[in-house]
Design a protein around this ligand. Structure first.
Ligand SMILES: [Zn+2]
Length: 331
């Protein structure tokens, strides 16, 4: 197997805005007013409120009732080493807090300083943020005692009912980088498009793949070959971004497959430059476009297409190639 010498960290974010509906919206709006609402469900009061009875699924009447602000810890666990995704940057407890007047507990952080200060039955009260936006984190955390407090200057309630909430879903993961990937990216900084030619099957691989999948030969500098920087579009896809709230892509864009000249190499999912979406079609002649020095895309070769200093492909102006076989060339 190729020796992995380093890893890169990648983060995929999916920011969108969700609508809150009548029950969660009322709950969030009340949080900006430093009030906590539950919803009546028979003899019980559910907090945080839900639109449906969790036991039967029956829709609940929107009979909201104020609870708390103090409550009682029903159970807890200590978080000795918080990560960036935790609500507090110091050791704290996650606890089920049943607010006074509620019959169900709310999960939240308790800033108790030490696990020795935590106990089932501990009385706690909210520490509100000074700036409240209509989010569960408007309660910074709970603190031991009966009296709510405000962290910093109290900027007051929201001026309008809270009906939407930013939802910033993201995941960060680590990818191994084979040495061959670095070689391809380094060559791109010199505006060279390179591949690795397997001494066994003689096939040429690009994209930083570290090994021939047929012969299991590990690639290194000795297998490097320079590739032509012109080619022909052999396939394409036009992506029309769905305009959900929070979407940052607004216009349709193309990703193309480029069959390089004179070699059996096709680059997939490449960006196009100076080629309008409506002019993208099989047979268009294109050439590589390189970033000026210092304007690296920062990407390793991947399914995302552009990498290193390779920005994408633009039309050469040559006549289109009329070859019905091109459409079969996606690998
Ligand atoms: Zn091979």
């Amino acid at each position: 197997m190729p020796l992995v010498v380093r890893f890169v960290e990648n983060t995929i974010t999916f920011p969108y805005v969700r609508s809150l509906g009548p029950v969660t919206g009322a709950f969030m709006t009340a949080l900006t007013e430093k009030r906590i609402l539950g919803i009546r469900n028979g003899d019980g009061v559910i907090c945080p409120p839900m639109e449906w009875d969790p036991a039967t699924g029956a829709e609940l009447a929107h009979d909201m009732v104020e609870v708390g602000p103090a409550g009682t810890v029903e159970s807890w666990t200590w978080v000795p080493e918080p990560t960036t995704q935790h609500p507090l940057d110091r050791p704290f407890a996650f606890a089920f807090v049943r607010l006074d007047g509620a019959t169900t507990p709310m999960l939240h952080a308790v800033d108790a300083g030490s696990p020795d200060a935590m106990a089932d039955g501990l009385r706690v009260a909210p520490r509100w943020k000074g700036e409240r936006i209509g989010h569960l984190t408007d309660i910074a955390c709970f603190v031991p005692g009966e009296e709510p407090e405000v962290d910093g200057e109290d900027e007051g309630p929201a001026s309008e009912p809270v009906v939407l909430m930013d939802y910033l879903a993201s995941i960060t993961y680590r990818n191994p980088v084979p040495p061959s990937s670095d070689i391809v990216v380094d060559a791109s900084h010199e505006h060279r498009l390179v591949g690795f030619q397997c001494p066994g099957c003689q096939k040429i691989y690009i994209g930083g793949r570290g090994v021939c999948p047929i012969d299991s030969v590990e690639f290194g500098e000795e297998h490097l070959v320079d590739l032509p920087q012109k080619g022909t579009l052999s396939n394409h896809v036009v992506i029309t971004p769905v305009q959900y709230p929070g979407q940052t892509e607004t216009e349709p864009f193309a990703r193309v497959f480029v069959q390089l000249d004179d070699v059996e190499v096709v680059l997939g999912y490449q960006p196009v430059i100076d080629l309008p979406v409506e002019d993208v079609k099989i047979g268009v002649r294109v050439e590589a476009v390189w970033a000026p020095p210092g304007e690296d895309t920062g990407d390793a070769p991947s399914m995302a297409g552009a990498f290193g200093s390779l920005l994408g492909w633009r039309p050469t102006g040559e006549p289109d190639v009329d070859d019905p076989d091109l459409v079969n060339r996606i690998f």
